[in-house]
Design a binder for this molecule. Structure first.
Ligand code: ADP
Ligand code: MG
Length: 346
């Protein structure tokens, strides 16, 4: 569970990037955080990774108050997170295998564990055969898959992605989103920051919109909505209490951008249904992206043994490679640097 309570962040420059933000993201959720460039999305991301400290309010992640986390416990905390960035951030002089193995080396795994775990994530991200390639020998989509594999190899509870498709074409962006959905289906909480509205609109997931540092809307995905209406059983990660009802916060002098809210159009496709994979029984030699669509049915997850969620049926089917509409109209966002601010230690 990620819980922010009245979180504000003002940078040293006086810029208030977040103002009084409160939200809850239950375990196992898939959530989009959307908003224009400069709205505060990356600031939220960096508060969650504890690269930044809030000026006010509290952040709790898995019951841990981040403010009370000792500096020597921060690396351990960060290992519960997988992080993905727009610009991949791979080691350019290491091959695919080494880039992924590096994340395991620094947590002191044995060679055997490293080999097993790296092989497993290479298969599940569809990178088999690319182990020896250097990043510059890969396409953008492949590089992002390496970054995802690296984020997954330590088996994080939460995957945080800051504009993960920002440098990708539509085809690759779709594949990366499918992969993130498949990872979520195994039980990992996934938070995706994006301003790619076309992707958000077709994904049927909760959408939190930030504008000028405040949450201006919070729409549950139709999956969750339908489940309430039909009173379908939900896993603990999708309890009625935890999932939000649509909230519109009026911002008198700001233009509302409710068009990013999930649309219930019949043309909206459910990507989740086609990429269901099992954590413990990946299809040998087949990446989740190559795997045949799995029928929409309750998905058992191995992550916690708890998720056996009944999906509300979608009447619409996958429209093959339905072209994503033009996106990234807001221009590229390059503010997601890893540098920990001096502020974080002040
Ligand atoms: P987004 O990711 O939505 O584009 P950011 O969180 O990067 O937004 O930025 C929110 C606001 O905070 C912007 O006005 C930005 O200029 C400002 N900002 C971001 N990082 C810093 C920083 N390190 N120092 C000062 N201001 C910053
Ligand atoms: Mg950003």
């Amino acid at each position: 569970m990620i819980k922010l309570t009245n979180v504000s962040k003002t940078y040293k420059t006086g810029e208030e990037a977040l103002h009084n933000v409160s939200l809850e993201i239950p375990d196992g959720a898939f959530v989009f955080v959307v908003g224009r460039s400069g709205s505060g999305k990356t600031t939220l991301f960096r508060l969650l990774t504890k690269e930044l400290e809030p000026s006010d309010g509290t952040l709790d992640v898995n019951g841990q108050n981040l403010r009370k986390l000792h500096s020597w416990d921060v690396p351990k905390y960060r290992r519960t997170l997988g992080v993905i960035y727009q610009d991949f951030r791979l080691l350019s002089d290491r091959n695919v295998y080494e880039n992924i193995a590096f994340a395991q080396l620094i947590v002191g795994k044995s060679n055997r564990e490293i080999r097993e775990n790296v092989d497993r994530v290479i298969r599940s991200t569809g990178l088999s055969g690319k182990e020896k390639s250097l990043p510059n020998q890969l396409s953008g989509g492949e590089q992002q898959r390496v970054a995802i594999a690296r984020a997954l190899v330590n088996d994080p509870d939460i995957l945080l992605a800051d504009e993960p498709t920002g440098n990708l074409d539509h085809q690759n962006a779709t594949e990366i989103m499918n992969l993130l959905l498949a990872i979520n289906e195994r039980g990992t909480t996934v938070v995706v920051i994006t301003h790619d509205r076309s992707i958000v609109q077709r994904m049927h997931k909760r959408v939190i919109e930030i504008a000028d540092g405040s949450i201006v809307s919070d729409h549950p995905g139709p999956d969750e909505e339908q489940a309430y209406m039909l009173d379908l059983p939900l896993s603990p990660a999708h309890t009625r209490a935890a999932a939000p009802q649509p909230v519109e916060t009026s911002q008198p002098d700001k233009e509302q951008k409710t068009d990013v809210a999930v649309e219930k159009s019949a043309s909206v496709t459910s990507l989740a249904a086609e990429t269901t994979i099992e954590k413990t029984s990946e299809i040998e030699g087949q990446s989740p992206l190559e795997a045949k669509p799995v029928e929409t049915k309750p998905t058992a997850s191995a992550k916690s043994g708890l998720r056996s969620r009944a999906r509300a049926p979608h009447s619409h089917q996958i429209h093959g490679q339905e072209a994503l509409a033009s996106s990234r109209a807001d221009g590229q966002d390059t503010s997601g640097t890893v540098t920990t601010e001096q502020e974080a230690t002040k």
